[in-house]
Ligand binder design. Structure first.
Ligand code: UD1
Length: 343
């Protein structure tokens, strides 16, 4: 492909980063992955390379280390950065807030500072639906007011969004897009990359697949007395391959000089809510197995329901979630089996 643009992917060995690196290369971009493996493994980069059938540029760099980051900017000619590198465990952020503010904000500010120093124009930031909190009106649009964050993790997403907005306003050559992800699930259809949680998973699907694999004896469903159709929480589960494609659409918009404002925000979800019990049933049916589960108390901090209005991403990015939820849930299970060596 003529005129190959390069994209720097920070946290590119992580769950969403690996899938996005694959999608970018498949769309004709070159990628440079940086990661410090604080919550990922070198095998994740190997998985990306196996899928693509070629090597990708990789540097083991901590984005909090400004000098190391500067060397990456000196070495590679990218105009666009996708910044995934961040800690993401809500519970841990409550116990160790400084660790979260330090890592997530310093790394983000380092990236923006380097972009300014080296005149690199485009930054795409990984935000989260967590910024909406317990929204008054559903589905949420990008203009739905953000609620005060209920965790330091959520606060780092809100603060980074604000930093990006202010920097794009102040610095002439800088353009930013924040993608607010809903609940990413699934794995690449090849089962060569997927989510690799360390220790006991906090998120629903890794807990489900580990329970199916017999690593966890029982799945706990957190609360069945919410004001929802079956009493369990409603979320918008977005396939990670679809999510990766949303990044490509956003990068196309930036590199094609199509942005209408210097800082834009898009929801990335399916627009369809699913309850915890619905998800469990669909996982069982799609994979032809039974999951042991019990209803327990609500988990503090969970909102009853949140799902996306995706009209803006559909119309402006020309992106839409496409994968069938049953295929997504089969991919989640195929990935868990791959990791555990289960036939
Ligand atoms: C969580 C974070 C959110 C973060 C997102 C990243 C909280 C409060 N929110 O979203 O900030 O951006 O992960 O993926 O932690 N559930 C169970 N049993 C389990 C695990 C989860 O019933 O063992 C339920 C939860 O109550 C919730 C749903 O499953 O209703 C989804 O939970 P989870 O996967 O943790 O995502 P969120 O809490 O929506």
């Amino acid at each position: 492909m003529a005129n190959k643009e390069t994209v720097l992917v920070s946290g590119g060995a992580g769950y969403i980063g690996t899938h996005t690196a694959v999608a970018l290369v498949e769309a004709g971009y070159d990628v440079v992955i940086i990661d410090n493996f604080s919550n990922s493994e070198p095998s994740a980069v190997e998985g990306v390379e196996k899928i693509l059938g070629r090597k990708v540029a990789f540097e083991k760099v901590d984005t909090c280390d400004k000098d190391a980051l500067r060397k990456v900017f000196e070495k590679y000619p990218f105009n666009t950065v996708i910044h995934f590198a961040a800690y993401k465990a809500v519970g841990e952020s409550m116990a160790e807030p400084l660790k979260y503010y330090q890592n997530n904000l310093v790394s983000f500010m380092n990236i923006v500072e380097m972009m300014k120093e080296f005149n690199r124009p485009n930054i795409l930031f990984s935000s989260s639906a967590t910024v909406y909190g317990d929204a008054e009106k559903l589905p949420v649009t990008e203009t739905t007011p953000r609620q005060p964050a209920t965790s330091p993790y959520g606060n780092t997403k809100q603060i980074a969004e604000d930093i990006l907005r202010d920097c794009c306003r102040a610095y002439e050559g800088l353009y930013g897009i924040a993608l607010r992800y809903f609940n990413p699930i699934g794995a690449h259809p090849s089962a060569l990359i997927g989510e690799l949680p360390r220790g006991v998973p906090n998120n629903l699907i890794p807990f489900v697949t580990q329970t199916a694999a017999g690593i966890r004896p029982m799945l706990s469903v957190f609360g069945s007395d919410y004001n929802t159709p079956d009493g369990t929480c409603l979320r918008d589960y977005i396939d990670v391959v679809d999510l990766a494609k949303a990044h490509v659409a956003a990068v196309n918009r930036m590199t094609g000089h199509k942005m209408e404002q210097k800082y834009e925000i898009f929801n990335v979800g399916t627009g369809t809510p699913l309850s915890v019990l619905e998800l469990i049933t669909r996982f069982e049916t799609a994979n032809d197995l039974k999951l042991p589960y019990k209803i327990v108390d609500r988990r503090p901090g969970d909102v009853p329901a949140v799902w996306a209005d995706t009209a803006l991403a559909n119309e402006v990015l020309g992106w839409k979630a496409e994968r069938d939820i049953d295929d997504t849930l089969r991919a989640s299970w195929a990935w868990e089996k791959h990791v555990r060596g289960i036939k």
